[in-house]
Design a protein around this ligand. Structure first.
Ligand code: X90
Length: 278
């Protein structure tokens, strides 16, 4: 029996150990260029281009064909997507599942709508990997993921929500707050899979402190933490420091860069943090 994990590129995964995992790219589109969010894309260059560019830009999700191609010929596939409330990625993956299972009646695809993005998708992939390694049944893994996801949270700190607003992912009224110079907006992936605002702060340090107190409120007690950022390693390190002093039992903290899709929406300086809760 062959297993394959396929995640869309909003997962920010570039390397993955212990299971066969591939990512399918979303795209960032301007009137001048199309950026395919592959591991090879130079994200810093894209961010620099976008700073120079004042025209319209948008994004698009992987097509049904992209998902199908990534499934390959695996017997048991897990397809992990960004929230269905903000992207068509889940709908494409689900159609791909239907076609794949029609084509290969003895193969199966489990499509997981994470109602989130980034770190939550990493945790989902790791959970699948660990359950496969422990010898769990495929159907049990699919079911278990639904309860596992209830024990994860995703927070983010953004300095601008321009691209989110221009593409209809948050209201212009909400984006206006973040548009004020020097304001850091704190948000959370809501239970419904949409963007909800938690707070606004004058400085990055106060925003990061709010993240840490928010983690305590939501029941963080030593689980995994995954931080991704767009050209803000200092902010990410400051956050790690605060977490380590507030939660000395925090075990696994990873820090890495946002790939293109998350960089486009989180914008320069944006930080996304996912964590497991009790
Ligand atoms: O299909 C597409 O074109 C992609 C649209 C994606 C829109 C939202 C991406 C947000 C990425 C921002 C902070 C985290 C948001 C939490 C989601 C519930 C990063």
């Amino acid at each position: 029996m062959t297993y394959k994990i396929v995640a869309d590129s909003s997962s920010n995964i570039t390397r993955f150990e212990g299971a066969d995992l591939v990512t399918v790219p979303l795209k960032i589109i301007t009137s001048q260029k199309e950026y395919e969010d592959t591991p090879e894309l130079n994200v810093d260059e894209m961010v620099a281009d976008l700073r120079e560019y004042s025209g319209r830009s948008s994004t698009s999700c992987p097509s049904v064909g992209d998902w199908l191609a990534a499934f390959g010929e695996a017997d048991r596939v897990f397809a992990i997507t960004i929230t269905s409330q903000l992207s068509g990625s889940f709908a494409s993956a689900f159609q791909a599942k239907q076609q794949y299972e029609e084509m290969y009646p003895d193969k199966k695809v489990c499509v997981v709508d994470t109602l989130s993005t980034g770190a939550t998708m990493v945790f989902t992939a790791e959970k699948i990997r660990d359950m496969i390694a422990a010898g769990a049944e495929y159907d049990d893994i699919c079911m278990e993921l639904q309860s596992y996801l209830k024990h994860t949270e995703l927070f983010f700190m953004l300095k601008s929500m321009r691209n989110l607003a221009n593409n209809g992912r948050v209201s212009h009224a909400v984006a206006k707050i973040a548009g004020v110079l020097g304001i850091h907006v704190l948000g959370v992936a809501s239970e419904e899979g949409t963007i909800a605002l938690m707070n606004k702060c004058r400085t990055q340090t106060s925003a990061l402190r709010k993240i840490v107190s928010g983690m305590a409120e939501r029941g963080y007690s030593g689980g995994k933490i995954c931080i991704t950022h767009t050209q803000n390693p200092e902010g990410a390190e400051e956050l790690v420091g605060m977490i380590r002093s507030q939660f000395p039992n925090a075990k696994e903290i990873t820090v890495s860069e946002n790939r293109a899709l998350c960089s486009y929406y989180a914008e320069l300086g944006g930080i996304i943090i996912g964590f497991e809760t009790k």
